[in-house]
Design a protein around this ligand. Sequence first.
Ligand SMILES: Nc1ccn([C@@H]2O[C@H](COP(=O)(O)OP(=O)(O)OP(=O)(O)O)[C@@H](O)[C@H]2O)c(=O)n1
Ligand SMILES: C[C@](O)(CO)[C@H](O)COP(=O)(O)O
Length: 250
Amino acid sequence: MVSVIFPAAGQGKRMQAGINKVLLTLGGEPILVRTLKTFSAVEEVGELIVVVAADEVTAVEGQLQKVSGLKPFQVVAGGSERQYSIYNGLQQVAAAADVVLVHDAARPLVSVKTIQAVIDTARAKGGAIAAVPAKNTIKVVDAEGLVVDTPPRSTLWEVQTPQGFRKDILLKANEAAVADNFLGTDDASLVERIGAPVAVVQSDYRNIKVTTPEDLLVAEAFLKCTAEDETRSLQAAAKTAREAWLKEAE
Ligand SMILES: Nc1ccn([C@@H]2O[C@H](COP(=O)(O)OP(=O)(O)OP(=O)(O)O)[C@@H](O)[C@H]2O)c(=O)n1
Ligand SMILES: C[C@](O)(CO)[C@H](O)COP(=O)(O)O
């Protein structure tokens, strides 16, 4: 059985909405609800553990009880950092779970295909993370703002969530991070530290983390055009327009 922990206890400072951004509406429903519905569509997922700020637990629980079609869920209080929120969620994982996924509640456009691939790869390899190949050249920059390295782009992936691990591995990695006072920006970095393998699963560029106000615009646009065949029809329309433009110049 797969348990999924959803860190949703952030303050959404960069969104500047004055409230927890995962409660903002996207395409007519709260970001958090959209995210939970997608995971509920995955057969192997057995429980949803939603981690919110302590003063939001009761309200979020009440609202989620009104949503139909969700897998069994619990709402628990988070911590001051994403990693601490996940650690709190981990304490609640059911004994029957063999794989635990962590997924930012703020990534509502994740696909069922990516979730399933992360589950399968985590079971096979121990750890798996959704990611996309870097599109831009990435530089390593020192404290003075000088470039110190340009890693080959073919080796660089932009990491997303879900990130999935066999339960024992994720628990061990979190305990080690607590013991060493290590704070990572994603879950895999904790697992890498204990020497366990983490495999990359190619996701898609739509699985954005809604972070700043313009991300809401982008996410709404993606929602209007979710299926791959719709992307292809956009590509075809762009090609036709280009041909017309070139013809006009003749
Ligand atoms: N103490 C925290 C901080 C973040 N998160 C969650 O981790 C995810 C990714 O974090 P981020 O996008 O940085 O969200 P915020 O912390 O809300 O944003 P900001 O940094 O702009 O305040 C979000 O779903 C957020 O709710 C969490 O559960 N607990
Ligand atoms: C885990 C993550 O989503 C991978 O891209 C990201 O590192 C979360 O970072 P944030 O600073 O909490 O937004």
